[in-house]
Design a binder for this molecule. Structure first.
Ligand SMILES: NC(=O)c1ccc[n+]([C@@H]2O[C@H](COP(=O)([O-])OP(=O)(O)OC[C@H]3O[C@@H](n4cnc5c(N)ncnc54)[C@H](O)[C@@H]3O)[C@@H](O)[C@H]2O)c1
Length: 479
C-alpha cells in the first residue's frame, strides 16, 4: 500500500510522457487492450486522456460556494476541542450568522469561542445552560452540538422541541435509549437532525461509493473488510488550574471532578471508550459501503494498558462483524488501540475483483484501489477519470538479488482515487446540513442512519462484557 502524500493531486501519480521513455508500466497499460505495433501512439494518447480526466475529477470539490444564500442564525452548544474544529469550518461557510454559544466551561472554552466570533464580526451571547439559551435566543434556526456523548440526547431533544434544526456530533448517544429519543424528537418536531459522521459527506467517500462500488463495481463481491484506528499513548488531558470549574457546577452537569470532566471519553455513563469514539466513524462506513447492517458480532477487549483509576472503558478492542449483504456473507474486522499509532486509520474493502483502501486523512491511506489480476481491465474507469492510471507494485526491486517463490501471488496494480478535499474535513458535512436547512439538499446522515450506526457500535462493548457472539435482529435498527 502506498503512503505517498507527495503525489500531485491534479495530475495523478507521476510526470507525463513528454520527453520520457515508455517504461514497463506504460507497456502493460497498453497491452491489456491493443496489439503491440500501435502501442506507442496509443499509450501517448491514452496518457493525455488520463491527465485530462483526472484533472476534471480532481476538481469535484472546487466549485466555489454560493454566497448569495438566505442567512441562517446559528448557535454552538459545546465549545471544546471539536466545537472549535466545527467553528473553524463554519466560519468558511457563507450565510451563517452566529448568535450564541453555550458551554458550562465559561471560564475557558466559552469565552474563547465568544472571542473568536467577535474577531469575525459576530456579537454572540455566551451561556452556561442550554435551557437559558433556548429561552432567550428565539431567533436561532440551527444548533450545532459538540458536547460529551452523554449530553447529546438531552441537548438534541431540548433544541428540537424548541423548534431548532440540529447538527449533533457522533456518537449519537452513549445509550440506545438516548439515541431513540433523538430520532423520535426529530420526527415529532419536523426538524432536521444530522449526525456528525462527516465521512458521509466527504467527496472521496461519495466518489468511492457512488462511482467505484455502485457504478463500476470495481471490487466485485466484497467478502472481507477490515479497518483500524491505532493511536499512540497520549497523556490524560489537563486544565489550567486558575480556570477550573467550581465543584458545584461540575456536579450539576454530571461530572465528579475536573479530571473526569476533561477525560469524559474514558468513563462509563459519559462516553463509550475508543471503540465508540473512533470506531463509530469507520464502522459507519462498513454498513454504508456493504449496504447492510450486521447480523452478528464477536469482540475481545480490555483495559490492558491504561490506569484503571482514571480509565474505565477498554483501551484495546478487536471486533468481528458478520453481514448478510445482497451478494452474500461478508466479515468485517475492526481494531482500535491506544498504545501504538502504527499505520493510523483507514478502512479496507476486499472483493473478488479488487481492493479499496480509503481514509479521511489527506496524508496517509487516503484512497487507493488495487485490481486483482483475474479481474477484467479497468482501462475504461481510468479513461473516465474515476481512478488514476496504475502504478505497478513491484514485489522485488530489480537491483536486489532476492529470489521469489514461483507460487507467490503477483502484487496487484495500485490506482489512486483522484479526489482531494482541500477544505477542512468537517466542512462538507456541515455544508450539507446548512444546505438542507435552506431546503436545497437532503441530509447525508439523518437521525435514522446515525441510529443504525449507534446500534452497530454500542453492541461491541456488550459483546466484550458478555464474552460471546451476539446477534442483531433486523428490527433493532428501526425506530
Ligand atoms: N466528528 C469527529 O471527527 C469528532 C472528533 C472529536 C470529537 N467529536 C465529538 O464531539 C463531541 C465533543 O468532543 P470534544 O473532543 O470536543 O470534547 P471536549 O471535552 O473537548 O469538549 C466538550 C465541551 O462541552 C462542554 N460541556 C460539557 N457538558 C456540557 C453541558 N451540559 N452543556 C454545555 N456544555 C457542556 C465542555 O465544557 C467542553 O467545552 C463528542 O461527542 C465527540 O465524540 C467528534
Amino acid at each position: 500500500m502506498a503512503n505517498d502524500d507527495q503525489k500531485d493531486p491534479e495530475g495523478g501519480t507521476g510526470p507525463g510522457l513528454g520527453g520520457k521513455k515508455l517504461d514497463r508500466r506504460d507497456m502493460l497499460l497498453g497491452l491489456s487492450t491493443v496489439p503491440a505495433l500501435g502501442l506507442f501512439g496509443y499509450a501517448w494518447n491514452k496518457q493525455r486522456g488520463y491527465d485530462q480526466a483526472q484533472k476534471e475529477a480532481a476538481r469535484v470539490d472546487e466549485t466555489p460556494p454560493d454566497t448569495d444564500v438566505p442567512e441562517v442564525n446559528v448557535a454552538l452548544l459545546g465549545t471544546g476541542a471539536q466545537g472549535q474544529v466545527l467553528l473553524d469550518s463554519m466560519l468558511r461557510i457563507p450565510g451563517l450568522r452566529f448568535r450564541a454559544v453555550c458551554d458550562i466551561w465559561e471560564e475557558y472554552n466559552q469565552k474563547r469561542a465568544v472571542r473568536i466570533l467577535k474577531k469575525f464580526g459576530f456579537e454572540a451571547n455566551g451561556y452556561i445552560d442550554y435551557r437559558e439559551m433556548l429561552d432567550k435566543e428565539k431567533d436561532i434556526d440551527a444548533v450545532v452540538i459538540a458536547t460529551p456523548d452523554f449530553w447529546h440526547a438531552p441537548h438534541t431533544v431540548g433544541c428540537l422541541e424548541a423548534g431548532k434544526h440540529v447538527y449533533c456530533e457522533k456518537e449519537m448517544s452513549n445509550t440506545l435509549e438516548g439515541a431513540r429519543t433523538m430520532v423520535l424528537a426529530a420526527r415529532k418536531a419536523g426538524k432536521l437532525l444530522q449526525i456528525g459522521h462527516q465521512r458521509r459527506s466527504h467527496p472521496r467517500y461519495l466518489h468511492a461509493y457512488g462511482k467505484l462500488l455502485q457504478e463500476a463495481e470495481l471490487l466485485g463481491r466484497i467478502v472481507t473488510v477490515n479497518g483500524q484506528w491505532n493511536r499512540s499513548v497520549s497523556p490524560d488531558l489537563g486544565w489550567p488550574e486558575r480556570y477550573a470549574i467550581p465543584a458545584a457546577r461540575l456536579k450539576e452537569y454530571g461530572f465528579e471532578s475536573m479530571a473526569q470532566f476533561r477525560n469524559w471519553r474514558w468513563y462509563k455513563g459519559l462516553g463509550g471508550g475508543p471503540i465508540v469514539d473512533l470506531g463509530s466513524h469507520q464502522i459507519d462506513i462498513f454498513n454504508w459501503f456493504l449496504g447492510a447492517n450486521p447480523s452478528h458480532v464477536i469482540a475481545s477487549g480490555g483495559l490492558d494498558y491504561h490506569d484503571p483509576a482514571t480509565h474505565e472503558w477498554y483501551d484495546t478492542v478487536m471486533a468481528i462483524y458478520e453481514f448478510q449483504t445482497a451478494k452474500g456473507t461478508a466479515r468485517a474486522y475492526y481494531q482500535t488501540q491506544t498504545t501504538n499509532g502504527s499505520l493510523g486509520y483507514f478502512e479496507n474493502f476486499m472483493g473478488d475483483q479488487g481492493t479499496l483502501v480509503i481514509s479521511e486523512s489527506e496524508a496517509a491511506n487516503s484512497g487507493y484501489v488495487y485490481r486483482d489480476p483475474n479481474a477484467p481491465a479497468w482501462d475504461e474507469w481510468v479513461q473516465r477519470g474515476y481512478i488514476t492510471r496504475p502504478e505497478l507494485q513491484e514485489t522485488v526491486r530489480e537491483d536486489e538479488e532476492a529470489m521469489l517463490d514461483v507460487r507467490e501471488s503477483v502484487s496487484p496494480d495500485e490506482h489512486t482515487i483522484p479526489v482531494v478535499l482541500r477544505d477542512p474535513y468537517h466542512q462538507p458535512h456541515l455544508q450539507n446540513f446548512f444546505d438542507a436547512v435552506r431546503g436545497t439538499a437532503t441530509l447525508n446522515c439523518p437521525a435514522e442512519i446515525g441510529y443504525e450506526t449507534a446500534v452497530t457500535v454500542l453492541k461491541v462493548n456488550e459483546a466484550i462484557d458478555a464474552n460471546e457472539r451476539l446477534s442483531f435482529q433486523p428490527d433493532e435498527f428501526e425506530v
